[in-house]
Write a protein that binds this ligand. Structure first.
Ligand SMILES: [Mg+2]
Length: 314
């Protein structure tokens, strides 16, 4: 591997998306790779979910930018989830979270003060695991930190951080997370795919995630670079693609009318576009996350991705 300190720096910590506008423009440049959807003609403006609690049967909460920013809970979010639950509504986390197995993700939200049960969380990692059951058996190379537990994938898998010589040997790649992913590894991946194209599965289509100190770069950006530099089209799991919404809707008890499910998120191109594509109702929250600091009304008009509701927070 190249020892140059710049090349070896962490991919996730690169300051690519300095603000919400840049992030929005990059998502929009990838629009042809995203599902299509139909949208309401206009949105209703509100402050929070209080007046909407009885208008919907179930509430799907995006995590980053809605429940938390990085490892910090958003003020009032846990109380709102508990209130919605107390009103007899179904609640789920529907998150492009793929870095850790479900029990660790569940523990994080308990630690942050939320009352979600394990089976109320639908993560993009779960979606990928579900999909892998239908893939032909293959030896996968996995982008994950050294020592990460990847046994839940249920496939033959080699951690690329532990075996840097495996890029040539494996028969396909799974990008679980950018945590600890380096520019040197990104270069190895691009070269390996240029030499011999192989399937690439992305366990998180997000380009970025809101953290306490700005945006981290997420697996969607790895996918964007692979399309550009290695001429491969990764298959992505998680919002805005259909499987995660199908799994979340199927987890609800009884018959569900999709329009009576509200998908709440901070990102137009994942939460609102994906929720709409799945036939759900949608709400954009603007106080934290991808849409904070954004002229979101202009963004909605420019992209045509119109939510049913715009709220400050939940
Ligand atoms: Mg989010």
């Amino acid at each position: 591997m190249c020892s140059d300190s710049v090349v070896d720096s962490l991919f996730s910590e690169q300051q690519i998306f300095d603000d919400g506008n840049h992030l929005l423009d990059t998502y929009e440049s990838q629009r042809s790779t995203l599902p299509s959807a139909t949208y309401p003609p206009s949105y209703e403006r509100g402050t929070d979910l209080e007046s909407l609690t009885y208008r919907y049967d179930a509430f799907f909460f995006d995590a980053f930018g809605v429940l938390n920013v990085g490892d910090t809970a958003i003020e009032g979010a846990a109380k709102r989830v508990a209130a919605v639950r107390k009103a007899g509504r179904q609640v789920r986390i529907v998150s492009n979270a793929a870095s850790v197995p479900l029990p660790l993700l569940h523990a994080k939200y308990l630690r942050l003060g939320f009352d979600f049960a394990l089976d109320e969380i639908v993560s993009s990692r779960l979606t990928l695991i579900h999909h892998l059951k239908s893939e032909p058996a293959r030896h996968w190379g996995v982008a994950a930190p050294a020592g990460a537990d990847i046994s839940d994938l249920g496939v033959e898998a080699t951690n690329l951080a532990e075996y840097p010589d495996a890029f040539d040997r494996v028969e396909g790649f799974i990008v679980l997370t950018t945590t600890a992913w380096t520019h040197a590894q990104q270069q190895l991946l691009e070269e390996a795919l240029q030499t011999r194209p192989r399937p690439v599965l992305l366990a998180n289509p997000d380009l970025a995630a809101p953290r306490e100190n700005g945006f981290s770069v997420e697996p969607g950006e790895i996918g964007r670079r692979l399309r550009e530099h290695a001429n491969v089209a990764p298959q992505a799991f998680g919002k805005p693609f259909p499987l995660i919404f199908d799994m979340a809707v199927n987890s609800l008890p009884g018959a569900t009318i999709p329009r009576r499910v509200l998908m709440i998120g901070d990102t137009l191109h994942t939460d609102v576009l994906g929720g709409s594509s799945a036939g759900l109702s949608t709400a954009l929250v603007t106080a934290n996350g991808a849409s904070s600091g954004l002229d979101w009304d202009k963004a909605i008009r420019d992209t045509g991705i119109v939510p049913h509701h715009v709220l400050d927070h939940i």
